[in-house]
Write a new protein. Structure first.
Length: 461
């Protein structure tokens, strides 16, 4: 009998203690979940959408870019293996911030060095906060107006990347319009939420996240003349790790100059503010699952999560710097897995089985050339779809971070400056405006009745 079969109701899933980590191995400490593995096999298409970014920003060949995607995929496994029961992913809202920062450097080695310095600093910062257990305190010290502006700015910048002149919308206007329209209806529409509650078929469609839309784009883009039909190739993916190491890492280029580590700090802090929201979201989603599933105790530790995704960023900065970065959560798929987990022990024995099996599936999918070649023509569309969805969510969350009308005004200025001039200018403007408007109440700000008034009007209407 394996360890996972011996778990008593109300206990944690079995593990091997490793300091602050809890090692869990497939088949030994958790049951392998076939439905989640199969879903991961298909959803690797979203991971592959990082390739166009690296090709465009760094001039990286496809074979080197997919090597970085596969390396990042392996590090995704660290979360569930070391005790973090989530589906990890990109730091999607911060991608536009990083692109804007890296584009200030000349193409070639300078631009790659800038990316390496940024990701290394982000990794060290997260590792330090996790190890010292200071993660929550750092974010709470930042005034609400500045947090609101940074998150809103990240969302606006994501949308701007898609619609800028010569951007992805200009390349795929019909496909993006159709795909985004359907995606927003399926994810955010109240009407579809009602359908989902009434029909199991619609509910099952909703659980697939954005995969159905990506599959639709594979058909629509060629019909619209915006992309070729996929040339399905059989066999296994052939990443070029040698090229990646020699031309895009410290092993071939050396360490970045010290000045680059200093100039990266404002963008690092901006990215951290954004990703901390994912940490809070992870905790909230798992708390809901823990209340439903009394048979398994879920131990989610934000400090442990910081050490894992901080370590991932640090290692990737050395082994294969990644434009999409290493984030703590893939929110859409994490929700899908948790919803299936809530259906009971027979459906999913342990949350680690679902999250682990899914990420084993995505890693398998990256190895299979038929899947990679199927989605390769529409990777730019998949990325645009991801950025637009994230832009919608980031603006909404950013507005809710504000505690008053003054906060919203400051946040709007910060967001605009961030989109146009980058994180350094945005932080400087935010600090100056907050100091001028709030003075001695710089960290506290103020609270008005903007949101409570609207809520009261709705409830009384």
């Amino acid at each position: 009998m394996t360890a996972w079969q011996q778990r008593r109701d109300g206990d944690e899933s079995p593990y091997i203690p490793l300091g602050p980590f809890k090692l869990r191995l497939p088949f030994i400490h958790y049951r392998f979940e076939l439905p989640d593995y199969l879903q991961g096999l298909l959803m690797c298409a979203v991971d592959l959408a990082a390739i166009p970014l690296m090709v465009e920003l760094l001039g990286m060949p496809f074979e080197a870019a997919i090597a970085i995607v596969m390396l990042n995929g392996l590090f995704y496994l660290l979360h569930h293996l070391l005790g973090d029961p989530v589906i990890p992913g990109w730091i999607t809202p911060a991608i536009p911030l990083l692109i804007a920062y890296v584009e200030t450097f000349a193409p070639g080695s300078d631009r790659i060095h800038a990316l390496i310095a940024f990701q290394m600093m982000l990794g060290i910062f997260a590792l330090t906060l996790g190890r010292t257990r200071l993660a929550a305190k750092v974010v709470h010290m930042i005034p609400a107006a500045i947090k609101s502006g940074i998150i809103m700015g990240a969302g606006i910048a994501a949308i701007a990347i898609v619609f800028k002149e010569g951007g992805r919308f200009d390349q795929y206007p019909i496909t993006i319009s159709i795909a985004v329209g359907i995606a927003f209806y399926l994810i955010f529409s109240k009407h579809f939420a009602t359908l989902r509650q009434r029909s199991r078929g619609w509910a099952n469609l909703a659980k697939l996240g954005i995969f159905p839309i990506i599959a639709l784009a594979v058909i629509v883009a060629p019909l619209a003349g915006e992309a070729p039909w996929p040339d399905i190739t059989w066999g296994f993916t052939q990443p070029n790790f040698a090229l990646m190491f020699s031309d895009y890492t410290v092993f071939g280029l050396g360490l970045p100059p010290l000045a680059m580590f200093v100039t990266a700090l404002p963008t690092v802090l901006a990215a951290y503010i954004v990703l901390f929201g994912d940490v809070l979201q992870s905790k909230a989603i798992l708390a809901e699952a823990d209340a439903v599933r009394q048979d398994e105790k879920i131990d989610y530790d934000p400090n442990r999560a910081h050490m894992i995704f901080g370590g991932r960023n640090f290692l990737m900065s050395i082994l294969g710097p990644d434009v999409v970065m290493c984030g703590p959560l893939w929110a859409a798929m994490h929700v899908v897995i948790v919803e299936r987990y809530k259906q009971g022990k027979a459906s999913m024995n342990s949350i680690f089985g679902g999250s682990g099996s899914f990420r084993w599936g995505t890693n398998t999918g990256l190895l299979l050339l038929p899947i990679v070649s199927l989605v390769q023509p529409i990777l730019g569309i998949a990325l645009a779809l991801t950025l637009l969805i994230q832009g919608f969510v980031s603006v909404r969350i950013g507005v809710m971070e504000a505690r008053s009308q003054r906060d919203l005004g400051i946040a709007g200025v910060i967001a605009a400056i961030l989109t146009i001039k980058g994180a350094t200018w945005a932080f400087a403007a935010g600090i100056l405006l907050t100091a001028l408007i709030y003075g001695r109440n710089f960290f506290k700000g103020d609270v008005d009745t903007t949101f409570t008034k609207d809520q009261n009007e709705v409830s009384n209407g």
